[in-house]
Design a protein. Sequence first.
Length: 104
Amino acid sequence: MNTPSPSFGGLEFAHFRLRPGVSEATLRQAALAVEQHLLRQQPGFVGHALLRGDDDSYVDLVLADSHERAVALCQLWPDDPHGAHFLSLIAPGSALLAFYRRIA
């Protein structure tokens, strides 16, 4: 993940589980492809991270220069082949998506 900078102002937080049969290695490869081929090309992108919880759930974080930019970046995923592939790995009905503004 890129280290958050003073320009970090918004965050996309997606909590989810993998579809049965999907490996963590596949998820990591998909996340890397999204970052390299989609997110890094977009204005306002600050950083990206993928985390695994103790309960084998996952969190995908996208940091942006503003709340509005975080929302806009997230909206690109379904129409991008790399983003769509990543989304296809998520167990249906398991995703919780939220957006946050930096306050300090």
